[in-house]
Design a protein around this ligand. Structure first.
Ligand SMILES: O=C(O)C(=O)C[C@]1(C(=O)O)C=C[C@@H](O)C=C1
Length: 302
């Protein structure tokens, strides 16, 4: 049985994602996202499940930063989960002065809290389930949690289906040490983090490498390198799998152009997206073109 570290404690959305991505495996809760990834780097876990992107609040920056630092890890699978929340309180609570949750969750229920718990002060906790633990301990009055948290903690359900934006979703990754890659499926996603040189047009050039090969970008985030003010790393997700000639070709180009490129994995997409192929950008076009250059070099044709 594999050991899967996940951003916990028990009852987080990430735990639900881990159950979907690694059914039947042993799940080990970690208090923070960096701790879940560190467990894989140290060998304490075989893989980790972490959130990467929410449709309302955007990137989960702790995941981006942790993936770009220390030993490289690669994403081998992803899952999209619908996100709506329950609000839990200690039995007998009459007044709610504090509402605790993960900052991403608080941002997704801001209007609901203003309308339904006027005057309640939002308080950030390390995760939604950590908020439930803190409410149980008497630290805060209400927790905004995943619905499943109500099954793990002795709290009362004040409200369900809470969400300012209907149909919100969070994407989660299953991450492990570099090794064998998942097979290409025809609807894959490749992720990299690149440190472009700090000069005019560097980011535009990087994106142009994708555009000229007809490769569709699905996400772009920038995070500070934390070394020099104004210096950023770019996280790029795009359609395709590293084993495809057109994706290999763009990775080689980015490797030439950037100070540093880290491969963060190729895996099947969970959003039912199809891969768009521009004219001249199919894998056969790349293979044919390379074969033609080879034949020219050998003097077989011009
Ligand atoms: O705290 C949790 O339950 C998590 O799994 C984290 C997380 C996030 O990082 O966005 C996951 C989904 C929700 O959007 C809120 C919080």
């Amino acid at each position: 049985m594999s050991r899967i570290a996940y951003f916990g404690p028990q009852g987080t959305f990430t735990e639900q994602a881990a159950r979907r991505l690694a059914p039947g495996e042993e799940l080990i809760p970690a208090e923070t996202i960096p701790a879940a990834l560190a467990a894989v780097r140290s060998g304490a876990a075989d893989a980790a499940c972490v959130p990467i992107e929410n449709s309302v609040e955007g990137a989960v920056t702790a995941t981006l930063d942790s993936l770009s630092e220390a030993e490289p890890l690669i994403a081998v699978a992803e899952v999209l989960l619908p996100v709506h929340f329950s609000v839990l309180t200690r039995p007998g609570t009459t007044e709610i002065r504090t509402v605790a949750s993960h900052p991403h969750a608080l941002a997704q229920v801001r209007h609901w809290v203003e309308a339904n718990l006027p005057g309640a002060r939002p308080v950030a906790t390390s995760s939604t389930a950590a908020a439930a633990v803190a409410v149980d301990a008497g630290d805060f009055d209400a927790a905004v949690t995943a619905p499943v948290a109500a099954e793990h903690y002795p709290l009362e359900v004040l409200a369900t289906e809470v969400a300012d934006v209907r149909d919100a979703k969070t994407r989660f990754l299953l991450v492990r040490a570099p090794g064998e890659l998942p097979e290409p499926t025809g609807a894959d996603r490749t992720s990299i983090v690149a440190a472009a040189t700090n000069r005019t047009g560097a980011l535009a050039e990087l994106l142009t490498e994708l555009a000229v090969r007809g490769i569709n970008l699905t996400k772009l985030d920038a995070r500070p390198t934390r070394n020099n003010f104004g210096e950023y790393r770019f996280f790029l997700d795009f359609e395709g799998h590293v084993t495809e000639p057109r994706i290999g070709d763009v990775l080689a180009a980015l490797r030439r152009r950037c100070r540093n490129v880290r491969f963060l994995g190729s895996h099947p997409r969970a959003d039912n997206g199809t891969t768009e192929i521009e004219p001249g950008a199919a894998n056969e076009d790349f293979t044919d073109a390379i074969a033609w250059v080879e034949s020219v070099r050998k003097g077989a044709q011009a």
